[in-house]
Design a protein around this ligand. Structure first.
Ligand code: NAD
Length: 511
């Protein structure tokens, strides 16, 4: 069992980090700071227990004001008609400002979410890269034309910004996820209202200030804060909103879609996952073990892409699980501000309880907890990396998203069985296959119903490649070369040239 039993946090390092960040923020509506004037939401570090930030607990009227500002900026403002060159310039400047303020942004995400600081730094760097990718796509957005319709007809297909877009984001990758949406919508010429998670709002509020500094006109990007049912729900129902881009749980995504259906808004949904890593005996075992450990415990498993199901060939399962358990026990769980830490804190005590009850239910159903399962002594909320073996496909631990540092292992004999197990859940976000045999690897990659399949690697990402889910993991794709076009409507212009040559009804005779 894991050598670590207790998490020590460094008080001096925490004080220095708290001194380096903005501690209270207002909402950002119509190019101004707006305070709800009422209650505020206090966010404590889930690793240290200390108060980190406070943000307004916004209500329906704040959502309505933000949608009004976005609508006015869309109807009257320059942004939807701005040249691609100027839009791209604002996005590039924003990327530079993100890099300038990278340490502030990383500290905000680390202190509010409990993720390791080195990881937060690389997420901010990755986000800046996405803003630059969107800036490049902005200049490539174009429609189509048809000169093949006859001498007297021309057809044009314009791509116009879809309008007002609301964006609702989760707590697990606060800055990265808003950066997978906002720069592409802005590149298309849309105006936006963003609602980050109530637990991790500050880096998104900081971004609103950076956008203003980069020259984004007032009202084009608005940020509201608060709880989902209070200020998120109005953003999904208001008839002035043209599109919703939501990332979060499948359960809340379904509610947002139901609300959007009343006014037939376009929806883009990035939801949960129960992603398999399928491991064959001919794999590079060291690399597969490292990827299984990384896939399960990166971001404390609070990751839509977590490799939370291992499908192991029966010939290697026992040895693989022995070695995986040893690696799980060696993973550095600790103070997220410590640059050596690989796994930080769980987001909240409620979420920790939920994870532990799922582990308890697996044990009660006959699964075997090989390592982990226990909370670590600390002022914060830490859980030991956990390996669950003897899992059967019908168990909840094999089907439901745990969203914690917990991996469950099942075994297979044939490729057909592996694909069947991989597809035997309601989700289809991503999957990994480990084999040196090209036929095996490609058969699995083509057979698994998931938006991304990694072969001999796991959780690699780059803005050029689209990301999104099959089945209940979502609807639509983010990133990739169509990412800006997703925020547009197509308009057909069908034009007649020259004198009319055919008539629907006989022409009246003229003298
Ligand atoms: P969540 O669904 O609880 O919350 C997501 C957002 O929705 C938050 O901002 C929340 O305040 C808001 N919300 C809650 N109720 C709402 C309502 N009725 N109307 C409108 N908005 C509402 O998710 P979470 O716990 O913040 O994040 C974890 C989930 O996100 C996991 O299921 C994870 O798999 C998923 N996720 C998916 C991706 C992806 O790209 N597919 C990425 C990250 C996270």
């Amino acid at each position: 069992m894991s050598a670590i039993t207790k998490i020590q946090v460094d008080g001096a390092r925490l004080s220095k980090a708290l001194a380096a960040i903005p501690r209270t923020r207002s909402m950002w509506i119509g190019g101004k700071e707006v305070d709800a004037g009422g209650e505020r939401i206090e966010r404590r570090s889930p690793a240290h227990g200390a108060l980190v930030t406070t943000v307004p607990r916004g209500q329906t009227k704040d959502a309505e004001a933000a949608i009004g500002a976005a609508q006015s900026a869309f109807d009257n403002g320059p942004w939807p008609h701005e040249t691609a060159s100027n839009r791209s310039r604002v996005l590039l400047k924003t990327a530079d400002l993100i890099e300038r303020d990278a340490e502030t942004l990383a500290l905000l995400d680390t202190l509010e979410s409990g993720k390791p600081i080195t990881q937060a730094r690389s997420e901010i760097a990755g986000a800046a890269d996405i803003w630059r990718y969107a800036a490049a796509l902005a200049r490539e957005l174009h429609g189509d034309s048809y000169a093949s319709l006859g001498r007297d007809r021309l057809g044009f297909v314009l791509r116009e910004p879809i309008g007002v877009v609301t964006m609702i984001t989760p707590w697990n990758f606060p800055f990265l996820i808003v950066s997978q949406k906002l720069p592409f919508a802005l590149a298309a010429g849309c105006t936006c209202v963003v609602k980050p998670s109530e637990m991790t709002s500050s880096s998104t509020l900081h971004l609103a200030h950076l956008l203003a500094e980069a020259g984004l006109p007032e009202g084009v990007c608005n940020v509201v804060t608060g709880y989902g049912p209070e200020i998120g729900a109005p953003l999904t129902a208001d008839d002035r909103v043209d599109m919703i881009s939501f990332t979060g749980s499948t359960a809340v995504g379904k509610k947002a879609m139901a609300a959007a259906s009343q006014t037939l808004k376009k929806v883009s949904m990035e939801l949960g996952g129960k992603n398999p890593q399928i491991i064959y005996p001919d794999a590079d075992m060291d690399a597969a073990l490292d990827a299984a450990t990384f896939g399960a415990y990166f971001n404390a498993g609070e990751c839509c892409n977590a490799g939370s199901r291992l499908l192991l060939h029966e010939g290697i399962a026992d040895e693989f699980l022995k070695q995986l358990s040893a690696r799980a026990e060696d993973v550095r769980v600790g103070d997220p501000l410590d640059p050596e830490t690989l796994v930080g804190a769980i987001i909240s005590p409620d979420h920790l309880c939920k994870i532990q009850s799922q582990i308890g239910a697996a044990r009660a159903a006959g699964a075997d907890i090989r390592t982990g399962g226990d909370q670590l002594a600390s002022v914060g909320y830490f859980l030991k990396p956990t390996v669950v073996a003897n899992v059967r496909p019908e168990m909840a631990i094999a089907r439901d998203e745990v969203f914690g540092p917990v991996v469950s292992a099942l075994t297979f004999k044939t490729t057909g069985e592996a694909i069947g197990l991989a597809n035997n859940v309601g989700y289809g976000l991503s999957a990994g296959v480990w084999s040196r045999d090209i036929d095996t690897a490609t058969a699995v990659a083509r057979g698994v119903r998931a938006g991304t399949v990694w072969i001999n690697t796991f959780m690699d990402g780059t803005p050029e490649l689209p990301f999104g889910g099959y089945k209940q993991s979502g609807l639509g794709r983010e990133l990739g070369r169509n990412a800006v076009a997703d925020y547009t409507e197509e308009k057909t212009i069908h034009m007649h040239n020259g004198p009319r040559t055919s008539w629907w009804a006989a022409r009246a005779k003229t003298a």
